[in-house]
Write a new protein. Structure first.
Length: 230
């Protein structure tokens, strides 16, 4: 990216959503060249790869698996079966909550975000039904404050919004609350149409402000800020 004619420059900036947000924070924690990160619905930990058949990492480094929190497949499948029986949407939130509660390796699986050298923007919906993104953002912010992180970090939790704020607000449908994946099988992403659309627009504008601002990233440039809720 540093040398490609399209992306070459002196700053590396990342944007990631959901698992991509998890990865964006992980990369920032491991690569000091990254100067800005916008993460939507991310996590404070590395979780297992999305699979019903095996427990495998989402990420590796130098050919080695990175520690991860496992997600109980039995809970996911039970929630899916219940939803199919009642013809109602299901979410993965229960499974991820159980995974965190049962994990004995949280310290190893935690993303060491305090090692980053980047300005951070963390956005999540308080009604995220896919996984615990709001808690992940707040945990990340608390860790940064406790470690006297020398760069700016803004955390925004939209109380009535869910997980689906993937796209710029110029695309339809805005404010998506569920996705159909098969007959009688829909994944609820949480939130309301109105709250999701408003969060999608606000988050997008914050991303643009972050990436277009010509701010220096140095230990004295922008201190970590308290989290905010809207």
């Amino acid at each position: 990216m540093e040398h490609h004619p399209v992306t070459q420059g002196t700053r590396l900036c990342l944007h990631g959503t959901s698992k991509g947000g998890e990865l964006a924070l992980l990369l920032a924690a491991r690569d000091p060249r990254i100067s800005k990160v916008a993460a939507l619905a991310p996590q404070a930990y590395c979780f297992q790869g999305i699979s019903f058949s095996k427990k495998a990492p989402s990420w590796t480094s130098g050919g080695q698996d990175l520690p991860f929190v496992t997600v109980p497949t039995s809970t996911m499948l039970a929630d899916m079966a219940r939803a199919m029986w009642h013809n109602t949407p299901f979410g993965h939130l229960n499974a991820y909550r159980e995974g965190l509660a049962q994990a004995s390796n949280l310290d190893q699986a935690r993303i060491l975000i305090e090692h980053a050298h980047a300005e951070l923007l963390l956005c999540a919906g308080g009604d995220d039904q896919v996984w615990t993104s709001a808690g992940g953002c707040q945990q990340t912010q608390a860790r940064l404050i406790a470690s006297a992180y020398p760069y700016r970090c803004d955390t925004v939790v939209y109380p009535d919004a869910g997980h689906s704020m993937y796209y710029p607000p110029y695309f339809l449908p805005a404010g998506l609350t569920a996705m159909t994946t098969g007959p009688r099988l829909s994944i609820t992403t949480g939130g309301t149409l109105k709250a999701n659309a408003e969060a999608q627009t606000d988050a997008w504008n914050r991303y643009l402000n972050l990436f277009t601002a010509n701010t220096a990233t140095s230990p004295d440039a922008v201190p970590a800020s308290p989290g905010e809720e809207e």
